[in-house]
Design a protein around this ligand. Structure first.
Ligand code: DGP
Length: 114
């Protein structure tokens, strides 16, 4: 897949407010937050969209979710609650083509989304 702004964040070529990192996952605050807490969890090994994931990526996808839950617990957000969102392609609202999981918290989130 082609390089994206998120690959540049992984390589520390552009700044980001990084809040969590492990061997396979990096997380940083969204530039355009939609909630008091809005963090993006990305795999260091890039996939463009969820459509590009295969069985070989199953563990990595699980690790993204587990990283978000671990961060929410660390930050004291878990009991009150939070939302994770993964947008795919145009109708899903995806704008950056390096798969990422949004973690939103810190306010009551509406459902269903618009
Ligand atoms: P999505 O619409 O699901 O593709 O979400 C992409 C998000 O990425 C969007 O909420 C804004 C955020 N974003 C875009 N460019 C940057 C950037 O350069 N830095 C950071 N921290 N976030 C970015």
């Amino acid at each position: 897949m082609s390089d994206t702004i998120f690959s540049k964040i992984i390589r520390r070529e552009i700044p980001a407010d990084i809040v969590y990192e492990n061997d396979e996952v990096l997380a940083f605050r969204d530039l355009n937050p939609q909630a008091p807490v809005h963090v993006l969890f990305i795999p260091k090994r890039a996939l463009a969209t969820l459509n590009d994931a295969t069985e070989a990526d199953a563990t990595l996808l699980g690790k993204l979710l587990l990283a978000a839950a671990e961060y929410a617990k660390q930050q004291g957000l878990a009991e009150q609650g939070y939302r994770t969102v993964l947008n795919c392609n145009e109708d899903g609202g995806q704008t950056v083509f390096h798969l990422h999981l949004h973690l939103l918290a810190g306010r009551r989130l509406h459902w269903p989304p618009g």
